[in-house]
Design a protein around this ligand. Structure first.
Ligand SMILES: Cc1ncc(COP(=O)(O)O)c(C=O)c1O
Length: 387
């Protein structure tokens, strides 16, 4: 570190130089991210609570009260009357917390090596979890729709099954597993079921709202023990804002650790010091948009996804993998490897990602992506493919 400090204007000039190297959501060229440009209301609330630390809750009683309100609202959104959980850094931390709870519960009754039944469509955060907690993965195969093959589930259960994971909005394809069926299997076998709705949690409730065509994916399914739901994805909150919701207080309590030098006697989070700003942003946005506001945001992205899907589907030499259920479209093209296509699209400034299974270009239609961006993307794609 330098001996003497520098002038503020020099520092901010350098900061702006760093910033110039970043892509921006406003450019509309980021088609790979499940995060988006944070909403200004959320950012204002975030800044207002920037000095708070929910790791030392007794000092920030108002922020702590706000977190309880947010958890209650997220629980309601997921059809749970009494919700227990926290606002955390994101889907990864939420999934870690759920699996930590499942492991503690497992160890109370079993001293074998814990096994986790999960699909290969599970987010890579589970790879971290498997190694962190020394859990043995038991992969359930996917059916032709790239969803958990429920007919295979029951035979994978053993005395050492610690938990099952299902996904509401897969990272690569945005597909929703058959949670009602998986929940029945989990419940009848007394197995902890975690639903990773990091993406779908802030979409499906709004698709269901004022709609007879209900997608059942949440705590209405009695076998669901916990759910991940991320405000910093479709909730438009600034990063880091994730959410973990447990069905029972005793689940969250499994994480409790005594905190002698702090203002509250225990913590039920993995991290210690943690910002209250994410909670404030989420609280503000839930109140600002309400069900109607979020429904509009979600419907706009769904409509743009359908538009993109139809454009791609009708293009020569383009093979769309599936009909979208949420806001993702994936495709391959004839005569070109998708990794090469990804690189070629980069020359035009587009950031798309490549899904591992199936190996395909993956586009996420978050609220920062508009119709004019997709029209330009299609023009550029045609040029790359010489169409
Ligand atoms: C289904 C799912 N779960 C978990 C995560 C991890 O979330 P985060 O990156 O916020 O930790 C993601 C991220 O895209 C996801 O799609």
């Amino acid at each position: 570190m330098r001996e003497k400090g520098r002038k503020k204007e020099d520092i901010f000039r350098d900061l702006s130089n760093f910033q110039d190297l970043d892509m921006t959501f406003d450019s509309g060229k980021i088609l790979s991210s499940m995060c988006t440009k944070p909403d200004p209301i959320g950012m204002e609330a975030y800044k207002m609570f920037i000095e708070t630390n929910l790791g030392d809750e007794g000092l920030f009683k108002g922020t702590s009260m706000m977190e309880r309100e947010v958890i209650k609202s997220l629980g309601n959104l997921l059809n749970l009357d009494h919700a227990y959980g926290h606002i955390v850094t994101g889907g990864t931390e939420a999934n870690i917390m759920a699996m930590a709870v499942a492991k503690y519960l497992f160890e109370e009754e079993n001293d074998g090596i814990p096994e986790l039944i999960l699909p290969k469509s599970a987010h890579f955060s589970f790879k971290k979890i498997l190694s962190m907690f020394s859990i043995k993965p038991v992969y359930v195969s996917l059916n032709d729709d790239y969803k958990i093959d429920v007919s295979m589930l029951e035979e994978l259960i053993t005395d050492n099954t610690m938990a099952m994971v299902a996904i509401a909005g897969t990272t690569e394809l945005g597909l929703i597993d058959d949670i009602p069926c998986i929940s029945k299997i989990a419940k009848s076998n007394h197995i902890y079921l975690h639903v990773d709705a990091a993406l779908g949690g802030f979409m499906i409730p709004f698709l269901n709202y004022k709609n007879n065509n209900q997608i059942n994916f949440d705590f209405r399914c009695k076998g669901v023990s916990s759910m991940t739901i991320d405000p910093h994805k479709m909730g438009l909150a600034p990063v880091p804002s994730g959410g973990i919701i447990f069905r029972k207080k005793e689940y969250l309590e499994k994480l409790a650790v005594k905190t002698p030098y702090l203002t509250k006697d225990k913590q039920t989070t993995i991290v210690g010091t943690r910002t209250g700003a994410s909670t404030a942003a989420t609280w503000a946005l839930l109140n600002y948009y309400g069900m109607d506001g979020y429904k509009k945001i979600v419907m706009d992205t769904i409509n743009l996804t359908d538009y993109t899907y139809n454009k791609l589907r009708t293009m020569n030499h383009v093979n769309v993998i599936h009909k979208p259920e949420l806001n993702l479209v994936s495709f391959t093209v004839d005569n070109m490897d998708v990794d090469i296509l990804q690189e070629k699209l980069k020359y035009y400034g587009w950031q798309v990602s490549v899904a591992e299974y199936p190996h395909a270009i993956r586009i996420v239609l978050m609220p920062h992506v508009k119709k004019q961006h997709i029209n330009q993307f299609i023009i550029d794609l045609k040029e790359v493919l010489n169409l």
